[in-house]
Design a protein around this ligand. Structure first.
Ligand SMILES: [Zn+2]
Ligand SMILES: [Zn+2]
Length: 217
């Protein structure tokens, strides 16, 4: 994560032209050849349609430049730099408004992932299946992280991992294979097998499934 929107979610800026609170937006891409970046991925923009700068801007731009447009007041977070930014329509920037709830949710998920990764080093020693399962069942962590988690399954040797893993649809074939192999190894270590009819875990030498009563070859 680069400079995060989280850093600015609690910031409040008031537009000097209308005294309304400004809106946190994703910075628009800079025109190629401009050479100037915003220096930040986020900007605070006054999106108030009644803002004096915006209302008067239409006439000003038409007389000055002879085309349709107006200005939105914007400022950089964590800096006193501000600009009157030319916009071609009322809707400019409304598509890049940052949704604070979404940012908070994403951050929460990211923190949980980091926590689980940090626990991988000690999970075998602590017989703690939880971080491994978390990383395997959440599709967001990187494939490398999830592969590393899959490798720990066999060492953890915990039968309770089987149900949640079997009930999950793994999109990556390599990961799926690694998990299948780990499950086979765990079952063998416990002298168990999965009933081919009902998928319950039963003794490897059982001739009859105690769950579905089917005869096993
Ligand atoms: Zn304003
Ligand atoms: Zn069965």
């Amino acid at each position: 994560m680069m400079s995060s929107a989280l850093d600015f979610l609690d910031d409040k800026y008031i537009c000097p032209h209308c005294n309304q609170e400004m809106t946190l937006c994703n910075a628009p891409p800079v025109h190629v050849g401009d050479g100037l970046g915003w220096g930040c991925e986020y900007l605070f923009i006054c999106l108030n349609d009644e803002c004096k700068l915006f209302v008067n801007g239409w006439k000003y731009i038409e007389t000055q430049y002879g085309h349709m447009g107006s200005y939105r007041y914007m400022r950089m977070p964590n800096s006193n730099e501000s600009y009157n930014m030319m916009v071609g329509s009322r809707l400019a920037f409304t598509g890049s408004i940052v949704d604070p709830e979404q940012i908070r949710r994403e951050n929460e998920r990211f923190c949980k992932e980091q926590e689980a990764i940090a626990k991988l080093d000690s999970c075998v020693e602590e017989h703690n299946l939880e971080p491994v399962l978390y990383l395997l069942l959440d599709p967001h962590p990187s494939l490398d992280t999830r592969k590393r988690a899959a490798e720990l399954l066999k060492e953890l040797n915990d039968l309770s991992c089987i149900d949640p893993l079997r009930n999950h649809d793994f999109k990556d074939t390599f990961l799926e294979q690694a998990i299948n192999m780990a499950i086979s190894a765990i079952l063998a270590n416990h002298f168990m097998k999965e009933c081919p009819f009902c998928a319950e875990i039963i003794k490897a030498q059982a001739k009859l499934c105690k769950h579905c009563q089917k005869e096993l070859a």
